[in-house]
Design a protein around this ligand. Structure first.
Ligand code: NZQ
Ligand code: ZN
Length: 387
């Protein structure tokens, strides 16, 4: 492993059936006013809202509610939430939901006391936080993003047609996260599948980069094998606890910074997917699935050795001694798995029209950590191939 690194993950995790029982003790460490953040109402249907509000009442907290966080939370909603948090002088933001609710809560935590326009400061100028940060805790209801144990907060600006992620430092990571796999049972199957591919994509973005023998890549291979098995089992039976618990913890480990230690990373599939999201508001994991095969086929000639290793170590393809054939076989196996579990394999199905492609290409940030730095023309080509 050639890279130097600093590793620290300050998020405390409570994992497993009934993990919510730890919330009461945990809440004692925070002040009186809790801002309860949630999405479009799924937590009111599956009973999680009742459970959490009972615990908050038992702890004697004053609760300020901020519901209605949409999938792919917007800069307008962020401005609303920041105002609520500031005006109520909240002591803790409790995010109860999926990645959107967790991301939004972190964005609110750094924006409530920001004297600038938060979108411009954090998402255009990419500046660090230099104001008071409100602590965030999460009760996760959907596995995929890893937001429960990282500093990421992705916000969509519809006025500017941009979807941008800011990766904040340790001081913005959730202080604690409650992960009960049974909480994900009520998730629509489409969302479960999208979450599975989001996890796969996070691992691949970190795996397909660099040439040195690196412990992070071996961890990544183990996580991918677990995800492939568990996603197959969960698609057959969404209430398979073993599968859902593996998926949930894999999601967290895939993007809690562990698998990026000591190496470079790519993240171009996410840049493409986020630009698609800015134009369509489509489900995050599906935007990634729709562009992945075209992207990986394009970069494969520049990273053949790693793609061949991917075939061998992740998909158990028997080594035929020809690197190109191995590399292609690995991708073919991945494509088969993607179709088998029912992912969206093209952009048209997500509402992308031919006349959007140039705009999506303009909204795609080009990064240089992967095996090939794309030109703008190649971005357009990947998007066209993905239609
Ligand atoms: O809003 P509600 O009613 O809660 O419904 C949600 C939403 O419609 C529903 N859902 C969640 N848990 C449920 C449930 N429905 C029934 N039962 C449950 N237990 O699922 C839908 C999708 O939820 P959402 O939170 O939007 O999904 P996800 O967790 O995939 O989060 C997506 C957001 O995270 C960002 C994405 O860009 C996107 O904005 N990401 C954040 C990252 C990070 N922080 O590091 C990295 C990722 O790459 C990603 O970009
Ligand atoms: Zn993602």
């Amino acid at each position: 492993m050639h890279g130097n690194f600093e590793f620290c993950n300050p998020t405390k995790i409570f994992f497993g059936k009934g993990a919510i029982e730890n919330l009461e003790a945990e809440l004692k460490g925070y002040g009186k006013t809790v801002m309860l953040v949630y999405g479009g109402g799924s937590i009111k249907k599956n009973g999680i809202y009742d459970k959490v509000t009972q615990i908050l009442a038992k702890c004697g907290k004053t609760v300020v509610e901020d519901g209605g966080v949409m999938p792919n939370p917007t800069s307008d909603k962020l401005a609303e939430g920041a105002k609520i948090a500031r005006e109520n002088d909240v002591d803790l933001i409790l995010a109860v939901g999926g990645g959107s609710v967790c991301d939004y809560s972190k964005a609110v935590s750094v924006s409530a006391y920001c004297n600038d326009d938060p979108w411009e400061k954090y998402y255009e100028r990419m500046e660090d936080v230099d104001n008071k940060i409100i602590p965030v805790g999460c009760v996760l209801t959907m596995a995929g993003t890893g937001s429960e144990m990282n500093g990421g907060a992705v916000i969509t600006n519809h006025h500017k047609k941009l979807k941008v992620g800011h990766v904040f430092g340790y001081n913005v990571f959730p202080k604690f996260s409650v992960l009960d796999p049974e909480y994900t049972f009520s998730l629509p199957v489409y969302q479960m599948k999208a979450g599975c591919y989001d996890i796969m994509s996070h691992i691949l973005e970190q795996y397909f980069s660099g040439e040195d023998d690196n412990v992070s890549d071996y961890i990544a291979e183990g996580l991918m094998k677990c995800l492939i098995n568990s996603s197959r089992a969960a698609v057959k039976n969404p209430c398979d606890y073993e599968a859902r618990s593996n998926i949930m913890w894999t999601a967290t480990l895939a993007l809690n910074t562990l698998t990026a230690m000591g190496k470079t990373t790519d993240w171009m599939v996410h840049m493409l997917g986020q630009a698609v999201g800015a134009y369509t508001d489509a489900t995050h994991g599906m935007t990634l699935a729709a562009v992945s095969m075209a992207y990986y086929k394009m970069i494969l000639p520049s990273g053949k050795a790693k793609f061949a290793r991917f075939a061998r170590n992740v998909w158990n393809v028997v080594d035929c001694g020809d690197e190109t054939k191995m590399a292609l076989a690995g991708l073919a196996e991945m494509e088969k798995w993607m179709k088998e579990i029912g992912l969206v394999m093209n952009l048209s199905e997500l509402g992308v029209k031919e006349n959007m492609i140039e705009g999506i290409a303009d909204a795609t940030f080009i990064l240089d950590g992967g095996y090939k730095v794309l030109t703008r023309e190649e971005v357009v080509e990947v998007l066209r191939q993905s239609m």
